[in-house]
Design a protein around this ligand. Structure first.
Ligand SMILES: Nc1ncnc2c1ncn2[C@@H]1O[C@H](COP(=O)(O)OP(=O)(O)OP(=O)(O)O)[C@@H](O)[C@H]1O
Length: 295
């Protein structure tokens, strides 16, 4: 669906993208992560055919970005969609359907799909940000796109709208659409995408599923050990590396040391009443990879 090979782009002396390669397959939801200035918008603009690139290859649905074939199958949703405030949601989608050469009568079905059936005949000027994003998504769904490019699609949405939004993306992916979305909301990306691409200073610094990235980063695991009443000294003697915080001991251990520490904790028997293992979060993994490049 989308294939980037050694994609490189400079703005005068600024290297916005340096030999970036990755792909998005049909039915796959890929999250594009990176700090401000990492190159996410530049990458999306190139894929949409809005700006040229200097070197490498970009294949959008097997064609050149911006070509008629690519445009026919690609939909884009920007972070802040803007529509004429005096049009109703239905009028806006009917207009867009006519511009795309499709039957305007499909507008109702599209608005139903994004959960706007009740508001279809209200003016967009009265809509909340979440409702405007839904109109944007309805517009993006015109013509059954094979590739969806979504730039921070859930920023400014409330938790329920976010959940509904991702549920709809799940449906689209299940129907075979390839989805590339940028986001700063790491927790939702963690749960709702298949693969993660991390850009830093224009370089691709990591790509893979969350579990692949977790093992590649090899970040420490935190162990939280709760001592039995009156047994804190026993635990402290056996685990001098652990730090007592309030009523629990905290121990930060590498993946390789984890099982050896578990055995030592188990050997403490009833001196320990509880043990929790906290793996590194996507936030930790993201910081690890984006810092590695000196950002
Ligand atoms: N039109 C331009 N002219 C010159 N430099 C630019 C231009 N657009 C972007 N840049 C630079 O290219 C680099 C990548 O910018 P880009 O906007 O692609 O990053 P981003 O990851 O989308 O950031 P953000 O999250 O802030 O949108 C940055 O150093 C930016 O300053």
């Amino acid at each position: 669906m989308l294939k980037l090979t050694s994609l490189t782009k400079h703005y005068q002396e600024v290297a916005a993208l340096s030999a970036v390669s990755f792909h998005v397959a049909p039915g796959e939801r890929v999250a594009l992560l990176g700090h401000n200035g990492a190159g996410k918008s530049t990458l999306m603009k190139i894929v949409l055919g809005l700006i040229p690139y200097d070197a490498g290859q970009v294949s959008v649905l097997g064609a050149a970005p911006g070509s008629a074939q690519a445009r026919a199958g690609v939909a884009y949703l920007p972070e802040n969609v803007a529509f004429h405030p005096a049009l109703t949601g239905e009028e806006q989608i009917r207009l867009f359907l006519s511009l795309r050469g499709e039957d305007p009568a499909k507008a109702r079905g599209l608005l139903d799909r994004v959960g706007l059936h009740g508001a279809a005949r209200r003016r967009i000027g009265t809509y909340s940000k979440g409702m405007r994003q839904r109109v944007g998504l309805a517009q993006a769904l015109v013509g059954h796109p094979k590739l969806l490019i979504l730039d921070e699609p859930t920023s400014g949405l409330d938790p329920v709208s976010r959940r509904d939004f991702y549920a709809l993306l799940d449906e689209l992916a299940a129907e075979g659409a390839a989805i590339l979305l940028s986001s700063h909301a790491l927790t939702e990306v963690e749960a709702r995408t298949d693969r993660i691409v991390i850009l830093s200073g224009g370089h691709l610094v990591a790509t893979g599923t969350l579990s692949t990235l977790r093992s590649e980063a090899d970040l420490p695991v935190t162990m939280q050990i709760t001592p039995a009443f009156g047994q804190a000294a026993t635990v402290a003697d056996s685990l001098p590396e652990a730090v007592l915080q309030v009523a629990q001991f905290h121990l930060c251990v590498s993946q390789g040391q984890k099982l050896a520490f578990l055995a030592r904790i188990t050997a403490l028997g009833e001196a320990v009443t509880d043990l929790e293992l906290i793996p590194p979060s996507l936030e930790d993994i993201y910081s690890h990879f984006s810092r590695r490049d000196g950002q």
